[in-house]
Design a protein around this ligand. Structure first.
Ligand SMILES: Cc1ncc(COP(=O)(O)O)c(C=O)c1O
Length: 427
């Protein structure tokens, strides 16, 4: 038992009083259910709306109204350079240089685009190593890319190109040593290692640096889906030497449904304009973009992978959200998040009336905000009861209720209330 925590109202009130981030709750709209505020533990699915999002979008609408085409240069935030407004804030979250990060499209689209550049199947080296049960969209992206390459004759039609890595029999989490030994064993045949940095189902945060080193030792590309990691845990992608990463901005980044996706490309590739890619004018050097000449000259940074005109209204919400991140800082957020999730774990371990298992790693270093509660048989029923009690979490087959207290807008008292509500559930 963790003696730093106590299951009492006095304890949570003290913790909330000491919480330096408490004021950030008011920077987001609180959702309601049946006219009552809910306990929202679902920002691992969709983050809450920043109060400033509407005015950020409104500013762009106003500039469009008043300046029309003049907005590309003359808007308060000139639209021509919109992607650039995120590099500083996102590089802090991704732990990289400004030139290594950009925003564009959405996660799965970006995975496809980056696989075009980084997945280069050759005779004898065309395999992709990923975790079994990776997020379905990633699986579909990989499956369809492999199919295309088979059609193009880059991969023998009858060969299996995807290597899946499973937890050991009777276990729910991947063991890093198993991932590494698989890479070592299959090394010569692997072209790409693609893993979820934090697994969406279990909440396991992999040792990205170690896995990247193993992939590189095998001469493979190391790539990570960071949908559940960005803005949640501290990342250091440049130092960890990751080749590329993709993420979405609608979970912990609070930029709204379908928000623009983010991309990291290590500078050794980002500055290499000769690297093949699918091009478009927004990735072209700004100096020559409007000369309307033949010949694509990509920018020598991650935004050299941009293709189309910036989606300004979409990006405006991310801009509002990033300003809040800049104010709070990932260090303070992570510090509170470790406490909140630790407290949630402490309380869940005291529940004797419900039969479930916490499958997320118990080591705070190996998880983010989310705890995955595995219910062998009655997960959907428990979820329905939670909903009725004003709790917003989500359910992922098989059997997992994901619970993610967010350091921006959740309090210790809400975690305690959650526990008190569950304590009253019948078996
Ligand atoms: C881990 C992970 N990968 C990929 C996706 C798909 O993202 P998108 O729909 O933005 O392509 C999601 C969406 O929730 C996700 O959680």
């Amino acid at each position: 038992m963790n003696s730093a925590f106590e299951a009492s109202i006095e304890f949570v009130q003290r913790k909330d009083k000491e919480d330096k981030l408490a004021r950030f709750k008011n920077k987001f709209f609180a959702p309601h259910y049946q006219n009552k505020p809910v306990i929202y533990f679902c920002s691992n699915s969709l983050g809450l709306q920043p109060v400033t999002a509407a005015s950020a979008i409104g500013q762009e609408l106003l500039d469009w109204q008043e300046k029309a085409i003049g907005g590309y240069y003359g808007a308060k935030n000139p639209w021509l350079f919109y992607q650039d407004y995120f590099t500083e804030s996102l590089s802090k979250l991704a732990g990289c240089k400004d030139s290594e990060v950009t925003v564009m499209n959405s996660l799965t689209v970006n995975l496809h685009l980056l696989m075009i550049s980084f997945y280069n199947p050759k005779p004898g080296r065309y395999k992709i190593l990923m975790e079994a049960g990776a997020f379905p969209s990633d699986q579909y992206a990989v499956e369809t890319q492999v199919k295309l390459h088979k059609q193009w004759g880059n991969i023998p039609a009858k060969d299996e190109a995807i290597i899946e890595i499973f937890p050991r029999e009777g276990e729910k989490l991947l063991r890093e040593e198993d991932i590494i030994s698989k890479i070592e064993k299959e090394g010569n045949s692997i072209a790409l290692v693609l893993l979820g940095g934090i697994n969406y189902y279990t909440g396991q945060f992999l040792d990205i640096e170690k896995i990247t080193a193993a992939a590189h030792k095998a001469n493979a590309i190391a790539a990570f889906d960071l949908a559940h990691a960005i803005g949640n845990v501290k990342l250091n992608l440049h130092e960890w030497n990751v080749d590329f990463a993709i993420w979405c901005s609608y979970k912990y980044l609070n930029a709204g449904p379908g928000a623009v996706g983010g991309v990291f490309i290590h500078e050794r590739f980002a500055k290499d304009s000769s690297l093949p890619r699918l091009g478009g004018w927004w990735g072209n050097n700004e100096e020559t973009r409007f000369k309307m000449e033949k010949g694509f000259i990509p920018k020598d940074k991650a935004s050299g992978w941009n293709i189309s005109t910036a989606q300004v209204f979409n990006m405006a919400a991310l801009k509002a959200a990033m300003e809040i991140y800049d104010e709070a800082g990932i260090d303070s957020l992570r510090e509170k998040s470790v406490q909140l999730t630790g407290f949630l774990e402490f309380l869940m371990n005291q529940l004797t009336n419900l039969e479930f298992e916490i499958i997320t790693p118990s080591d705070p270093e190996r998880r983010g905000a989310q705890l995955s509660l595995y219910f062998k048989s009655n997960g959907p029923e428990i979820l329905a009861k939670m909903k009725e009690a004003g709790i917003v979490v989500d359910y992922r087959e098989p059997g997992v209720i994901r619970v993610a207290p967010n350091p921006f807008y959740n309090s210790f008292e809400e975690v305690f209330q959650f526990y008190k509500i569950l304590e009253n559930f019948r078996h």
